[in-house]
Design a protein. Structure first.
Lengths: 115, 115
C-alpha cells in the first residue's frame, strides 16, 4: 500500500455536469500530481501541485482544475464534462518538490464514467 | 513529439522463467526512468527506478537496464510468479522546465504468467 487514497472509487456523471475527485496524500508528501488514464493506455499527466500551488501542467484544457490543501488532501475538478473524459483518474504523491527525480506513489484511482 | 513506448503489447511467460520487458524512449533530455506495475483495478505500483548516470540497477527479483546510446530501457523479472501478471509501464521524466514534475508513460505491456 502506498498510503495514497482516493474517493470516490467509481462515479457516473452526465455530459455537461461538473465533478470533484478527491485524494489524500501520504503524510509529509508536499507534492501531488494528477493523471488521466483512458482504457488500455498509459496515464497522461494533467497537472501537479506543490505546497498548494500549481507547478506543472500537461496538455489539458482549463476546465480541468485542482486544489491542494495544507492537510495533504487535494481535489481535481472537471467542468462541462465530455464523453471523452471517461477514464481512471489517478493521483500520485511525492516527498519532494515534484522534480524529475522525485518518486511518485499512486493511489488506486477513481473510475469516472460520463454518459 | 517525444514519447515513451513499448515494443511488445503482450508477453506470455511460463511460471519460473525470466521475463524481459522492453521500452524505447525518444527524449534525449530524459534523466530519470521508472517502472510501474499495474494490476487490474489498482493504481500503478512503483517497482524500480534508474537515473541516467547509471546503466543497471537491481532490486528484489528485478533488474532495470538502461542503454542511453540507443535510448532503450528494459525490466527483467527473475523467476516469474503468477503474482507478476499485470500491465507494466515504463515512465520517464526530464529536467526541461516544461516537463517539470511530469511523468511520461508508455502504453504498457501486459504480462501473463502461465502455469
Amino acid at each position: 500500500e502506498t498510503g495514497v487514497t482516493q474517493s470516490p472509487t467509481h462515479l457516473i456523471k452526465t455530459r455537461g455536469q461538473q465533478v470533484t475527485l478527491r485524494c489524500s496524500s501520504q503524510s509529509g508528501h508536499n507534492t501531488v500530481s494528477w493523471y488521466q488514464q483512458a482504457l488500455g493506455q498509459g496515464p497522461q499527466f494533467i497537472f501537479q501541485y506543490y505546497r498548494e500551488e500549481e507547478n506543472g501542467r500537461g496538455n489539458f484544457p482549463p476546465r480541468f482544475s485542482g486544489l491542494q490543501f495544507p492537510n495533504y488532501s487535494s481535489e481535481l475538478n472537471v467542468n462541462a464534462l465530455e464523453l471523452d473524459d471517461s477514464a481512471l483518474y489517478l493521483c500520485a504523491s511525492s516527498l519532494g518538490s515534484g522534480g524529475p527525480q522525485d518518486t511518485q506513489y499512486f493511489g488506486p484511482g477513481t473510475r469516472l464514467t460520463v454518459l | 513529439g517525444e514519447s515513451v513506448g513499448l515494443h511488445l503489447p503482450t508477453l506470455s511467460v511460463q511460471e519460473g522463467d525470466n521475463s524481459i520487458i522492453n521500452c524505447a524512449y525518444s527524449n534525449s533530455a530524459s534523466d530519470y526512468f521508472i517502472w510501474y506495475k499495474q494490476e487490474s483495478g489498482k493504481g500503478p505500483q512503483f517497482i524500480i527506478d534508474i537515473r541516467s548516470n547509471m546503466d543497471k540497477r537491481q532490486g528484489q527479483r528485478v533488474t532495470v537496464l538502461l542503454n542511453k546510446t540507443v535510448k532503450h530501457l528494459s525490466l527483467q523479472i527473475a523467476a516469474t510468479q503468477p503474482g507478476d501478471s499485470a500491465v507494466y509501464f515504463c515512465a520517464e521524466s526530464g529536467v526541461a522546465t516544461d516537463s517539470w514534475g511530469k511523468l511520461q508513460f508508455g502504453a504498457g505491456t501486459q504480462v501473463v504468467v502461465t502455469p
